[in-house]
Ligand binder design. Structure first.
Ligand SMILES: NC(=O)c1ccc[n+]([C@@H]2O[C@H](COP(=O)([O-])OP(=O)(O)OC[C@H]3O[C@@H](n4cnc5c(N)ncnc54)[C@H](OP(=O)(O)O)[C@@H]3O)[C@@H](O)[C@H]2O)c1
Length: 313
């Protein structure tokens, strides 16, 4: 249930609804102007801007004509979570923030306080589905980022996506797949993988439209697939032999450390896969449709486009 303050802050109309109402002549130009003013949230600071999610959010905001500051250690604007001297210039003049958390949760609460003091009015946090169950046990910075904005008394929205479809081409699963064997401790669980383009489009909507304050959205693709099904599909579409094997957490940790990962990182990754294997995130959600007014992109569409670009061959 929303408090009175929360209801006051949340404008009930999105840009799309406003346009439809205006076209239909149901709201005056003056009212439309007032809503537009609310929608013009101001310059947006995107953290993690060189990363897979952040760079997509930056590109979409720029395409929409928004003023954006792209920040990270290697981005146009230098911002380092671990170097507080870089914070003020990144925050200067910014009114909305897309928060991609750092690996270490320690600086997050202080940064949120500094952002609030610098005039940031809206905080959109990229988190992960299931974070409220695994809390600090895996990627503690996600749980800490959620906690920090809730406790800072700011206007926040949380995004909790399922596993990204792009993990199979741009991340963790790409190298094993190309080598022909994806071995994970996930058993036969099904996962409704979400396309990061949808995550980025949702983030842009939450950063620039009204009506999403104090909400937590769980973003999934339209249907759940097992890792075996995904591997078979990528193999068929790319024409390259690939198979999936369900392994124990211990075997997965051994595989990752043999590939050069630290024991701590490997155990953390094993933990999240075992968490997935328990089926907490299997049910597709309707939040992408609620926010964007359309269905999320289907996994098969994603596979076809990536295979056409020759990524797996
Ligand atoms: N993979 C999944 O399936 C999945 C699912 C749900 C949620 N998530 C979450 O989504 C988030 C984003 O994932 P992603 O794949 O977009 O991440 P990513 O590609 O690994 O990008 C991480 C970004 O963080 C920046 N960064 C790292 N350390 C930094 C520091 N000390 N100071 C400033 N910037 C720093 C990096 O830029 P520089 O190196 O230039 O600083 C980079 O831009 C993660 O928190 C992840 O846990 C992932």
């Amino acid at each position: 249930m929303y408090s009175v303050r929360q209801r006051k802050l949340a404008c009930p109309m999105t840009i799309a609804e406003q346009t439809a109402e205006q076209t239909a002549g149901r709201i005056s130009e003056q009212t439309a102007g007032r809503i537009s003013e609310l929608n013009a949230v101001g310059p947006v600071l995107v953290l993690g801007a060189t990363g897979k999610t952040g760079r997509r959010v930056v590109a979409r905001l720029r395409d929409a004509g928004r003023t954006v500051r792209a920040a990270s250690r290697g981005a146009e604007t230098r911002f380092d979570w671990m170097d507080r001297a870089t914070w003020a210039s990144a925050l200067d003049g910014m009114r909305a923030l897309c928060l991609v958390a750092p690996p270490d949760p320690e600086p997050i609460a202080d940064f949120v306080a500094e952002a609030k003091a610098a005039g940031v009015r809206r905080f959109v946090v990229l988190s992960g589905r299931g974070v409220h169950r695994y809390g600090m046990a895996f990627e503690p910075s996600l749980a800490e980022a959620e906690r920090a904005v809730r406790e800072a008394d700011v206007d926040w929205t949380l995004i909790r996506p399922n596993s990204f479809a792009q993990n199979f081409a741009e991340d963790l699963y790409a190298v094993p797949l190309r080598a022909g064997l994806l071995a994970l401790p996930v058993g036969a669980v099904a996962e409704p993988f979400i396309d990061m383009e949808d995550v980025a489009e949702v983030a842009v909507a939450l950063l620039t439209e009204e009506g999403h304050s104090y909400r937590t959205y769980e973003l999934s693709g339209p249907r759940a697939l097992t890792f075996a099904e995904v591997t078979a599909e990528i193999s068929a579409v790319s024409g390259r032999p690939m198979r999936f094997e369900a392994v124990t957490a211990e075997r997965y940790v051994a595989d990752l450390t043999a590939r050069g990962m630290t024991e701590e990182e490997a155990r953390s990754l094993a933990y999240v896969h075992v968490f997935l294997s328990e089926g907490h995130n299997t049910e597709p959600t309707t939040d992408v449709r609620y926010i964007l007014g359309r269905e999320p992109r289907d996994f098969s569409e994603y596979v076809k486009s990536v295979a056409a670009a020759g990524i797996w061959t």
